[in-house]
Design a protein around this ligand. Structure first.
Ligand SMILES: [Zn+2]
Length: 459
């Protein structure tokens, strides 16, 4: 099978890239309501493509009010072979600040061997890699795959992820018989270095709302007596962390699991220079507990970050206002074995306890999911390392990710199957930022690597 697929992938690089560009032109921003129809359009585009590939039972699964659809489809024509659940997402992040983009985010543009567009790396480009890998088998020979597959693509990974979580938690018949899962939504540690992710941090997202007076006030008329929610919010935020970056929530670090000796060893072999890292960020310094290496801080320690603050007036010109409300979006990254619900409650308690008495503070927990680690000795993980060696010619690196992919944890805990978390984006892919890009060589090699992976699993 592979002997026909490999020349097919090589001969079809150009149509594969053009197909991806068409996909990327759909602005499927899940978090902004005005793009709702575009997200639906991207889902329908994927479903159409699955039908064209020859997959069976292709469906666009609508969710509750306000949720974006899932796209499913399967091929079960290899009895006795493993059944691999393939996951990716077709929604994207918003594009702000638009002026920082060198080309339009939804007009895919090639520059220096990279394809620039929102979603090129995270995650539409990788979803497309999965489909093109399948295509190499389905469109050559007799329309067969080396393994059975079940596809699960979501349209709100960058928003709430609620629909897919509920779908998986409900143990639908669709997922019966799955033997392993592949989550294609991460990247490579360095150019040319195929990478498997062995651990992900969990996440808590929260919204803190502080209310002062019942309306916005003039700071000349009322300043000095009226409470200022922005000031109060700043005081609350300042009380959540020490200047060295240690989070000040009682019990926050008590169940943090140390990385294994093996992990620490493999991390020390990775080429990583903290100073280069800092320079690449363009920052004058790094934060965090300096007793730990940067990689350790990124992969095996929890964090608390302020993601945004809103309130008052920050536009051009000036408005002497004491706002009635201030809001902060705050996220916490968790590591094994922190309990997300316990930590969420401890966070809430801490915020309320440091909130000044002259304001009313409300903490809303939006999402809470645990961290996960995977077993590098699992045969499905080894199969991926072998496929990568065959494609890239070098040994695979095992890393952890600082980010969170809640669905990977669900596949492991609800379906009870091994999960391969991997991907082909590069560190400078600008995921979630302006000038997001996908290295084209990795796009083509990624297709081949996934094809080889499925082929090994089928043997
Ligand atoms: Zn993603």
């Amino acid at each position: 099978m592979l002997d026909k697929a490999i020349p097919y992938w090589q001969a079809n690089r150009s149509p594969h890239l053009e197909g991806l560009k068409t996909f990327l032109r759909i602005p499927s921003i899940s978090a902004l309501p005005q793009y709702r129809n575009d997200v639906a359009r991207a889902g329908a585009f994927v479903a159409d493509h699955l039908r064209w590939l020859g997959l069976n039972d292709v469906a666009v699964v609508t969710g509750n009010e306000g949720e974006h659809p899932l796209v499913t489809g399967q091929w079960l024509g290899a009895p006795g072979k493993p059944t691999v659940l393939l996951y990716a997402h077709y929604d994207v992040q918003p594009v702000d600040p638009l002026e920082k983009w060198e080309s339009q985010p939804f007009e895919p543009t090639e520059r220096n061997g990279k394809l620039f567009a929102r979603g090129s790396a995270d995650d539409k480009g990788q979803l497309w890699i999965l489909l093109k890998a399948l295509e190499g088998f389905l469109k050559t020979g007799e329309g067969k795959l080396p393994v059975n597959v079940k596809l699960l693509f979501e349209g709100e990974e960058e928003y709430t992820g609620a629909h897919v979580e509920r779908f998986v938690d409900g143990k639908p018949a669709y997922l019966n018989g799955v033997t392993s899962a592949l989550v294609l939504d991460t990247g490579m540690f360095a150019p040319g270095l195929p990478t498997i992710c062995t651990g992900l941090r969990g996440i808590i997202t929260a919204e803190v709302t502080v209310r002062g007076a019942n309306r916005d006030l003039h700071s000349g008329e009322f300043g000095g007596a009226a409470p200022n929610p922005l000031q109060a919010l700043s005081e609350i935020i300042a009380a959540l962390k020490t200047p060295s970056g240690r989070v000040r929530i009682p019990g926050f670090y008590s169940s943090v699991l140390k990385p294994s000796k093996l992990e620490k060893e493999s991390w020390s072999k990775l080429f990583f220079d903290e100073n280069t890292y800092r320079q690449e960020l363009g920052a004058s310094g790094l934060i965090g507990d300096s007793r730990y290496s940067v990689l350790h801080r990124l992969w095996a320690l929890p964090t608390l970050e302020i993601n945004g603050i809103a309130g008052g007036f920050a536009g051009e010109g000036f408005k002497t206002v004491i706002p009635s409300t201030a809001v902060a979006k705050i996220s916490l990254r968790l590591v094994p074995d922190m309990d997300p619900d316990e930590i969420a409650q401890a966070f809430k308690k801490r915020v309320l306890s440091v909130s000044p008495p002259h304001v009313q503070t409300e903490v809303k927990i939006l999402a809470a999911s645990p961290a996960m680690v995977i077993d590098t000795a699992d045969p499905t993980i080894k199969a991926a390392a072998d496929a990568y060696k065959d494609t890239f010619g070098v040994q695979t690196a095992y890393v952890r990710e600082g980010g969170s992919i809640p669905i990977a944890g669900s596949f492991k805990s609800v379906q009870g199957v091994p999960v391969l978390i991997t991907g082909f984006t590069l560190p400078d892919c600008n995921m979630h930022a302006p000038n997001e890009n996908l290295d084209l060589d990795n796009f083509y090699k990624g297709i081949e690597a996934i094809g080889r992976y499925l082929n090994i699993l089928g043997q």
